[in-house]
Design a protein around this ligand. Sequence first.
Ligand code: PEP
Ligand code: MN
Length: 335
Amino acid sequence: MKSGATKGEIDGVVRTVEQLGFRAHVMPGATRTAIGITGNPGMLDPTRFETLDGVFEAIRVSKPYKLITLDLQPDRTVLRVGDATIGSEELAIIAGPCAVESREQTFAVAEAVQSSGARFLRGGAFKPRSSPYDFAGLGEEGLEILAEAREAFGLKIVTEALDAPGVDLVEQYADVIQVGARNMQNFTLLRRVGKSKLPVLLKRGIAATVDEWLLAAEYIMSEGNYQVVLCERGVRTFAQHTRNTLDLGAIPAIRRISHLPIVVDASHAAGKSHLVGPLARAGVAVGADGVMVEVHNNPDAALCDAAQALTPKQYLKMVQEIRGIHRLLADTRDD
Ligand code: PEP
Ligand code: MN
């Protein structure tokens, strides 16, 4: 739409699209509103829309994904949770334990997260574990603890849902729904979170290509939820020195294709705490909008991912470093 297009003009285009039997996706941006069209079985003639009031241009997107693309929405998406953002000029920091283990543990970590100036607290109440015998999270009790921490520390809660009933619960307690690496191509779950009012943090699958990952984001958006943040967390390679291989190149590559914000999860890429800081720094240096990181008040006793957990002290040092890199690059970001 033209930058000054009125609500009436936007509604008019939506009506036209719907009368044709297609779906209209209204995506407001900083400078103009884009309206994506999906559900069309074949190519549409752009001139049919270009003549409508308020329309600036009609573009054919000839890629398998549409709504995620900069072609459709040249303004970058800023995920908003109250006054906290991901994808704005501020570096987003999402920190917390791998799993919520107790109120005491969660509050101790939340205190460090708050004191660092980060806005988001992470922590799993539903944990996807490789072994069925490992600690799988506290379930709803874990969500209750996270919701208490939100009130006590003023942090926004990011937490994983493993299935549709889990989404119902996470919606009651949290601010951002995390879809984990193992569920990146769980298409029913993607469609379910696509119907949610909460933003979604979509992790990259363990062996997913960038295109598969972007199509997973497209699934969510195709259902009407445009508040999606991508999270690069490393992919499986032959490397044994790290848990996964952080695909740093994916970040600038995706920033050329998509308006969606991207954060790096340095912890699950690293697997070992001494590698987390360097990978987080690298992620910010290549243009990530934020960092996700696991922190534990007593890593030796962590019930999940102990080896990669940072102590609060290590975490606070890392935050200073990544903020420094982010500030340094603030003027040179090319988009
Ligand atoms: C997590 O963030 O807690 C997690 C399980 O990560 P991933 O899905 O990336 O393995
Ligand atoms: Mn973990």
